[in-house]
Design a protein around this ligand. Structure first.
Ligand code: PEP
Ligand code: MN
Length: 360
């Protein structure tokens, strides 16, 4: 796929304020719930109402969505509020039903993007449509797989396309439900600058308190839109309760977010700067995590030393570590002075941890 200019035309044609804001509950629960949320959202910056009708759940036994019935609720919400509507489709039958109910934008879920067979089935079912299709990143951090899905739609003559960044799963527990891995959407943006890129902070965060910061980072990186899970009673939502925010919070958030307005060279400069800074943020975050990991291992050693009554400070071992690190640092253009400072600080922190353990 070349960088086809028309890919982003749907967004320009909508003549909506930047960024595009899609909001609504994780799942449609009842008709009243969908209508109530739609009415609360219609006076905010959100112009598209989202609600999951068929819910892919990691394990069986959880709420799996109300099914086709919910499409009627979305249709009614559209009639009453004038908002556009969007839902997830995961097979050809869903596509058929969604089109019959005049859903404006269809999104492809993260668990679907991983499967070329099912993506192809959906692309075939949508052949030549003028509806907009937004493709979430696959659950695994694989840019080629994500782009492969975009290509399948493009080749099926679906030209109103966009992508949604919803983060990537990891086995390790981090502060995120799904790691953002910002470098992946940044790479995608470099390769296809005209493909609209939307952030789904809700599934990245898995919690409410970091949604704002994620949105700000995305806007600083020049994303084109946000898709935020929104519910009038988040704690009692039938799915993804921890990560949903109220329409009022969303409204305040869009007021508080800094949105870029510059054009031309200034944009170019700001974008490059923001991209580089975000890369730094990503690496800093990894540094903290790796130092935390090191400290946990050091605590294990501390426990062993205590049990066996061995002195905390082992000078020979420490000098060996330093020698190796100085050599490795040279390969990365890091001065001996810097390596000594950093490792002395790390070592001191380990010793303090171990000393505390001895006192216990
Ligand atoms: C959703 O948007 O509610 C959803 C299920 O998302 P994802 O496919 O990103 O998990
Ligand atoms: Mn959800």
């Amino acid at each position: 796929m070349e960088n086809k200019k028309e890919l982003g035309n749907w967004l320009n044609n909508m003549e909506l304020a930047h960024p595009l804001v899609i909001a609504g509950p994780c799942s449609a629960e009842t008709e009243d719930q969908v209508l109530k949320i739609a009415h609360q959202l219609k006076d905010t910056d959100a112009t598209v109402l989202r609600a999951g009708i068929w819910k892919p759940r990691t394990r069986p036994g959880n709420f799996e969505g109300v099914g086709a019935l919910g499409l009627k609720w979305l249709q009614k919400a559209k009639e009453e509020t004038g908002m556009m509507t969007t839902t997830e489709v995961a097979n050809a039958n869903h596509v058929d039903l969604a089109l019959k109910h005049d859903i404006d934008i269809l999104w492809i879920g993260a668990r679907t993007t991983v499967s070329p067979f099912i993506v192809q089935e959906i692309a075939d079912a949508l052949k030549g449509t003028d509806k907009t299709v937004l493709i979430k990143n696959p659950v695994n951090p694989d840019l080629a797989l994500w782009l492969g899905a975009v290509e399948r739609f493009y080749e099926a003559d679906v030209k109103n396309l966009g992508v949604i960044h919803r983060g990537f799963s990891t086995y390790e527990k981090t502060r995120y439900r799904n790691n953002p891995e910002w470098q992946i959407p940044i790479d995608l943006q470099h390769r296809f600058p005209d493909l609209p890129l939307i952030l789904d902070p809700s599934h990245i965060a898995g919690r409410r308190d970091i949604i704002f910061d994620l949105c700000q980072t995305a806007l600083d990186l020049n994303y084109d839109g946000l898709m935020v899970e929104t519910h009038f009673d988040p704690d009692n939502a039938w799915s993804d309760a921890k990560q949903q925010i109220t329409p009022e919070t969303l409204d305040q958030m869009t007021v508080d977010l800094r949105i870029r307005v510059e054009e031309g060279d200034a944009v170019e400069f700001q974008n490059k700067l923001a991209t580089a800074r975000t890369k730094i943020d990503v690496v800093d975050h990894q540094l903290i995590e790796i130092m935390g990991k090191r400290m946990k291992i050091s605590d294990e050693i501390g426990a062993l030393k205590k049990k066996n009554n061995v002195a905390i400070l082992q000078t020979k071992r420490w000098n060996e570590i330093l020698g190796k690190m100085i050599l490795q640092g040279e390969e990365q253009q890091l001065s001996e002075e810097f390596i000594l400072k950093v490792f002395k600080a790390i070592h001191q922190e380990s010793i303090s941890h171990q000393e505390m353990m001895y006192k216990k």
